[in-house]
Design a protein around this ligand. Sequence first.
Ligand SMILES: *Cc1c(COP(=O)(O)O)cnc(C)c1O
Length: 341
Amino acid sequence: MSNKQIDWANIGFGYIQTDFRYVSNYKNGAWDEGTLTKDATIVLNECAGVLQYAQTVFEGLKAYRTEDGHIVTFRPDLNAKRLVDSAKRLEMPPFSEKQFLDAVDKVVAANEDFVPPYGSGATLYLRPYMFGTNPVIGVKPADEYQFRLFGTPVGPYFKGGAKPITIRVCDFDRAAPHGTGHIKAGLNYAMSLHAIVDAHQQGYDENMYLDSATRTKVEETGGANFIFITKDGKLVTPKSSTILPSITRRSLCYVAKEYLGMEVEEREVYLEEVKDFAECGLCGTAAVISPVGKIVDHGKDICFPSGMEEMGPVTKKLYDTLTGIQMGRIEAPEGWIRVIK
Ligand SMILES: *Cc1c(COP(=O)(O)O)cnc(C)c1O
């Protein structure tokens, strides 16, 4: 498939097979040098560690074209570091930042035709991940692993403008204190599937998870961190050891402070105070920011003044500034943009 055959505006967020992916194997205590392959299938022993005890961690980032025609990625070094943190927590051998960045560069360059044109809103989503490959039946870490990185083109997250979503306060928990909520592991998603299917059945777009110890503090959704804007224009974002440290959220906090002159507070956020905020958004790589218009807490509606028609004004400014930096329309902080071509 060449890039001419893809209808970039309408591809949605699904898997489209691209030509090349990167594979490196870990055996006898070391990762091999890694290589590109055209083979999209994985053949595993029936007792592989990943299949029995879910020993797998992943990352997500995007490659895209900038205004001046380069193909770039956004802060991939932070994805590399986070993958190391995730791997260590699941007793997996860290994959080096250098090799991770090399894999990103190689996969993007080899699949250049799948990097959507500037202005289409579509991007090449990259999925690095690693998993235990050798047979494991007693509960213990695998001895052999595979790292893989493939790309799949994804369409614009918001077709025809970002409409605010409605979320519910969820009765299921996402992460326990001292558990694995802070790492990007498949296991955190497996246990969120029931909660999200149930939320959708009840007519909600997403779940707001609370801290599982006290159920009084806001944590995050299944795959995005919260930002709130106060009525006097401050950015507030929940601080917790059990949320996933979103790169988008960290970037937005920097942009708020350094580009927009806003005050930023990373602190515990109580559910009780959410009604007093002016705007609410969910942040992650896929959408950058999804505006939240309404939160339903067991039949009680919390409606933000920004309403259900459009992003709140401050959220919009943050969104425009960060996407401007990503797309090369606004000068980026040192080291944020990795030019591949
Ligand atoms: C990946 C992820 C995010 C978003 O992180 P980004 O680095 O901004 O893409 C937020 N929460 C969870 C649970 C995630 O897995």
